[in-house]
Design a protein around this ligand. Sequence first.
Ligand code: ACM
Length: 436
Amino acid sequence: MSRSSRVAAGLRLDGEPRFAWRGVMLDVARRFRPVAELERFVELLAAHGVNVLQLHLTDDQGWRFEVRAYPRLAEIGGRRSQTQLGHGPRATLDGVPHAGFYTQDELRGLVRYAAARGVRIVPEIDVPGHAQAILAAYPEFGIGGAEAVRARVAEPWPRFGISDEVLNVEEATLEFVGTVFDELCEVFASPLPGDAVVGIGGDEVRKDRWRADPRTQELMASRGIGDEEELQSWFLARIADRLRANGCRVVGWDEMLEGGDPAPDAVVASWRGPVGAELGARLGHDVVLCPDLWTYFDYRQSDVPEEPIPVGTVLSLEDVATFDPVPPSAPDVFARHVLGVQANVWTEHLDTRERLDYAVFPRLGAFAEVAWNGGPLDWPDLERRLPAYLDWLEGAGVDFRPLAGPRPEQQRPGVPGVPRERADRLAELGRLTANL
Ligand code: ACM
């Protein structure tokens, strides 16, 4: 295939890109996708000028990375008996087992495949929260001792949301996590020039178990750690130090700054509005902007009732085009530290390749132009070019969302969602980031 036929038609992706990090994060923890599908996805990202694929390999609902030192992570942590269907109080369970993990050899192949197309894979293992799949496999690393954890955690979580299971902070647990990251760092070494980057998560750590556990409190006191937010930073700092010794730099979600700065060289991925990015920039970090209101491709694309399992706020193609990563009013220090932008694709409700396509395309087209040229875009100009772009998607076999709304087979009648309003979400983001 010639280079030009691999570039998506209708998009303006010429000259030098505005941002060095033009990323997409794909959640393969909640929904395992076979390697061949990841290769196809990489091919599509490359055609949009995207050069980073962050693979979210672990979460409460599943573990997808073969770890040679700890085989049960993939064998036990990679399998759940069923999965939540829909969102909110009317959600049910589907009764369908879900399983899968990537071998290290498969992942090495994927890294090479992506590098040949100019895409760096940034693997993410999410700690110390979102830990239920880990604890299903190795309960000794949870709070209260192995017996107690085994009684609470039978398997990776079939439900969605944030489990309150967290890792304990014993030295043995830090060593376990360190060993896992040693293997991760080695497997994902990329032939591309530039820093090797590894995701350590750090988001949405529920701290109730740390707070209530006498042993955790004892360890905190003996280490001179004042509160659980500081403990989270301490934990992430230990991992970042270990990875740095392996030649890997870390990227973490903006919560990583809640209890102090765990790693001065870390990339901060700011998803809860600009607050984390502004703080990260002031502290001298490179920051990647992925504010949910503009870049979360699991969010609903319209407020028509046919929209499948509507969650989040409305994020239409035109809304994506309004994304202005570095507005003129942004302080200089912020502008200097923005490494790039990233769209995040959480897959609770995207259980097939077709549904993934529906969520990602054509919104990725607008995002790709923002990543390449800066934003916001000139919407009438993009709108004129859309027919060529949609034709290209059609020709590439992409099951995109038609501009007029979902086709019948793209709808999920009767499966409940929880749509959110922008004002409510903005208020929530204000509360969530008040401690930054
Ligand atoms: C996130 O959306 N929990 C990063």
